[in-house]
Write a protein that binds this ligand. Sequence first.
Ligand code: CAA
Length: 288
Amino acid sequence: MTEIKKIAVLGAGLMGHGITQVATQIGKFEVYMRDIEQRFIDNGMTMIRESLQRFVKKGQMTETQMNETLARIHPTLDLKEAVSTADLIIEAAPENIELKKALFREVDNYAPEHAIIASNTSSVSITELASATKRPQKVCGMHFFNPPQLMKLIEVIRGAQTSDETTQTILEVARRMEKETVLVKKDCPGFIVNRILIPALNEAAAIYWEGTADRDDIDKAIKLGLNWPMGPLMLLDYIGSDTTLAIAEVLTKELDPKFHPSTGLKQMVKAQLLGRKTGKGFYDWTQR
Ligand code: CAA
């Protein structure tokens, strides 16, 4: 197994900052958190500090442990600096295959030969990402759930050429982060969770858009009828309607036309009502 000491997390957004936090707070890894603009890094660090403060306030962590966690985080804008001494790179960039492939190509040039490149993608093909590198056996899917600080699961996805050693190393890293894992043995769009979740969210947006039921009743129905911790429209705001649409489009293109995104979902994205990240979605997040 490859020994993992240093991790580079590429992206400081909704998922990247949470992955960085879990890796440093629980896994005790040194992490280079890289993004392309200073404001994204600053925002990610603010979210990490706020989240750590919550644990401190509840007595689940001391001030010293919080400061030690923060000291293990090395924010940077420089991709080469982030990956050139990393043992594991976890990519958490936006769900755009061309952007991710370009990033994988660049990372492959800078990262040490032994390093594993994992992707937190929700739907993009791991095999295709691996094809952008000269180390497809060292490329793997490592899919966290939002918010990574609280959600227990990581889906570990094997690409067509992922080696047993890479898979075992990722499973071990997840164990060090105190996460539960499931192994997706074949690279398939949406893996397990999103293949089941995204059609449900898409349908919730369609019911809302048709006017069949009001927002609060749609969410109440699923919260109480299925015991979900939050309703599907609130969850859509949580994930982002743009991300949900991107996943639905991949499922439609790669798997089956039955996954096609609803007009309601597409309209939310066109109107930039993306959810928490823009302050407004199905709910108003500006006052929360
Ligand atoms: N850091 C630290 N603590 C946090 C936190 C954070 N980022 N966010 C919330 N918390 C804490 C709160 O302080 C609170 O603590 P106490 O109970 O001790 O007061 C606790 O977590 C619960 O938070 P809230 O009261 O704000 O809200 P909640 O009870 O609804 O729980 C939740 C929040 C855990 C997110 C819960 O609503 C939930 O499980 N929602 C579903 C999330 C989900 O389905 N995620 C998967 C999305 S799909 C995905 O990610 C895959 C993909 O590819 C699209």
